[in-house]
Design a protein around this ligand. Sequence first.
Ligand SMILES: Cc1cc2nc3c(=O)[nH]c(=O)nc-3n(C[C@H](O)[C@H](O)[C@H](O)COP(=O)(O)O)c2cc1C
Length: 348
Amino acid sequence: MWPDTRLCDLLGIDHPIIQAPMAGTTTPAMAAAVSNAGGLGSHGCAALSAEGLAEDMGALAKATNRAVNLNFFCHVPPEMTEARHAAILAAMAPHYQAAGVDPPEEMPQAGLHPFGATHLERLLARPPAVVSFHFGLPEREAVAALKEAGCRILCSATTVAEARWLEERGVDAIIAQGWEAGGHRGVFLDVAHDAQVGLMALVPQVADAVKVPVIAAGGIADGRGIAAAFALGASGVQIGTGFITVPEAGRKPHHHEALAESRDDSSRVTRAGSGRVARAHRTPWIDAMAEVEPAPFPLMYHYTAPLQHAEPEAHQFSLYGQSAALAPTGGAGARLERLVEEARAALG
Ligand SMILES: Cc1cc2nc3c(=O)[nH]c(=O)nc-3n(C[C@H](O)[C@H](O)[C@H](O)COP(=O)(O)O)c2cc1C
């Protein structure tokens, strides 16, 4: 039924639908359910410790023998100075005061670690079928070692230039991530000047620019969107927002409440939560934070954590995309099956 089977052939899956990796939201049970239903289940591993990664890899191996995707961040670890720390505390002071919390006086710790030697060692010990990256790639030797071990490599691109850069470095398929997408934008070549390209314009231009299969991501949550992605030249789709509320996901009450009231216009792109551009639920606090120059990713989490502990409702940072109101319901496997049926109808 699929007009283009290149992605299915490459990844060894029945349906060219990838449930997006979502650090903190995806679980081994969720990814396995999607893979067992014939799609590609993904697990966002960016926030896991080395032990957590080994544990989740074990859980995945028990739950499915189909292809799964493990995902990591490749941000450049930021530098922090005393002066910058003081400037952020000063800018954030009214927010701490309003919430009645003490500012975090100590300097931030590294927090989320980019993909490195420990991750590589764990993956090479038990290579997953697919490894994907966000915010660029690790060093060439790591990509080569993963490919040598049989892993297919995917990475997000937000412009044609990023897609070409990834193809030159051996990526097997490119995730073209549009401005509509929920979560952190994968932008990595010119982070300071995010070009904000929408999916409708991005996918055909990336498909024209590279030879590897293109995966459309951003704003797709039903069969119509999947069919449209193929018409634009994609060989598959990656869907995040459409899977956030599955019962197998890591549960975060405020995230689910935000999604329950989501509309086409209820999200915005912000650096308030993490220091890096991400699409999240729009709140008065997030609007007010547009005035604050945040700490670099991922250190901003250190400065927003006291607010979120004190008043989670007012300071929530709930990531989701523009298509949240279109999301299917039910468990992860059932959602995948429904998307396949809808796409079948839409593709005729
Ligand atoms: C809650 C959430 C968390 C996300 N976390 C990650 C992540 O850890 N790694 C990653 O590569 N992409 C992440 N993304 C982005 C997705 O890979 C994908 O680009 C996006 O979900 C597609 O747009 P959609 O949400 O409109 O389907 C996340 C998205 C959401 C909504």
